[in-house]
Each structure stands twice: as C-alpha cells, then as structure tokens.
Design a protein around this ligand. Sequence first.
Ligand code: CA
Length: 319
Amino acid sequence: MSAVPIIIDTDPGLGEPGSVIDDGLAIALALASPELDVLGLTVVNGNVGVGTGYTLARDLLERLGRPDVPVHLGAAAPLRQDMAHVWRVFGSAAPTGTAGAPVGIAADAAQWLVEQVSARPGEITLAAIGPLTNVAEAVRLDPGFASKVNEIVVMAGNATGPGDTGGRGAVPDFNVLVDPEAADVVLRSGAKVRTIGVDQTSRVRLTRRDAASLRARDSGNGVGAWLGDRVDAWIGQESRAGSSDSEPFCMLHDPLVLVTILRPELGRFAEVEVVVDLEQGRLVLAAGAGADTVASIATAVDTDVPAVHALILDRLAAL
Ligand SMILES: [Ca+2]
C-alpha cells in the first residue's frame, strides 16, 4: 500500500518557554512513519506566535534531516478574537517565544492548502494539530476544499467527559478555545472530519523513564537524546503546574492524531453530532438534530493506550 499523503497544520512550540512540545513529537512521528508521506507543514498561531512557530518548525525539520519538507506560514491571529482570554483560561502567561519568521516570508498557508488538495482531489489527509484558523481560511478561499480533502483529523473536543488527567482536573480544549469561529467553519464545511479529544489524548503519556529510553536508544545522530531532553523539560513544566502524581508525566495530545492516521485500528470512533459553543470556545455534543447541529463527525471514544505508547516510542527511537 502506498504512503498516505498528509499535510500537518501545526502550532509548534518545541519547548519555547511556556509552550508544549507535542506538535514537535507529532511531526517527528509522522516523518518516522513510512505509512505517511508528509507533503508539508502549515503553521498557525497557537502555542506560540506564528512567526516563532514557523522558525521552530524549520529548525525541527533541519534537526530531523528533512529540510526538504516545505513549511508555509499561516494565520497570525484567530479569525475574530485575540489570545488574552486563552491565557486566562489556562492560568498562564503567553509564551515568550520571540524568534519570529524570517523577513520576507509570505503568509500563504491557506492558499497552499487549497492548491495541494486541488491538485490531488480525494487523496490528501490533513492532520490539524493547532487552532483551525488556517483550515477555515482554506475553506473560505475555495468552496470546493471540503470535498477535495480526503479527511481532516483534528485534535479537538472532549467526547467522553473530563478525561483521566491524573488528578490535574479537566484539560481545556486549547485548539477550539483559541479559535472557535474557525472550528465552526471547518465543522460546517461538509468535509469528512474526525476529532480526537483531550479525554483520549490525556491518557497517552510519557514519563521520565520514557525520556531516558529515548536517550538510551539514540541511533547516533543525537535526535533521540534531543527528544529525550525536550520530553524531560516538558514533564518538568507540567509538574510545576501542580499535581500529586506519583510519577510525573506529560501528555501526548497531538501525536495521537498522527497515530490515528497511520494506525486507525488503535482507536475506537463513534459518529456524533456536535456544535461549537462560540461563547465558551468549546466543542460540545449535540443532544439531537437541531438548527445549530453540524454534520455528523467521527470522534474518538477509546484508545489502545499501551499499543499507542509503544508505537510512538519505537518510531521516535528509530529517528
Ligand atoms: Ca498543537
């Protein structure tokens, strides 16, 4: 079977102060997986400013030996809102990353997405692991985008409840919170959409033992050691957020989206009706069909956590 062509729409923080690293692990997982053909990355505002995310994405590809993968700069802000409310909900300051994009880079992510899916209608899967601003702009640019993209797999929602977050309380749904209007546009577009919510992603975790394993399994190019160090730093940051966990861990939110594309049998999905609560910035299950109900989507309701954990570690260690 030939590799699935994918584009990753992402807001990579990669350990910039105050930012998570799961986008970086998701990108690394995709590049380590022969089942996937990564056509390029589109970067969106989210964990960090879009310019910083662009530069971090380029740096990551360089480190992984894949500078050939194109990166496209995308939206610098949500469709309608600023970001202040997001950092209030998360009780944290905005990330301080200030690397910015190189001067002269055009923000052409949405246009590039349209061109790619138009050139290969029905073939390309979009892994959307950031706020949906770029994808919504692509939908608005081209009314046919939704029917030409094979599938959009989104890290969003919370289908089965608050999630098992190890005593940390419910994890807010960052991507929808940042840009609920964009989520609304994408979910109403008619595209085939699958969502993987924080209730599932918060179950897939790495510990300091896993970080040590990545370092120990470094194949000699320094990538495993670097990933292990990034995971350790992230665990340290998450632990400082306050928890009573016996063993500190971090959650692999975004990598689960890539796992879903390359090994769909490791998740269980249910067809649901959802609406975007634009006030609260949340994806919520609709009780039944109604005027505000969007088309049915498939959402993750269970995950083979041990198998996913092993797959992610094995693939990352092989880089
Ligand atoms: Ca992300």
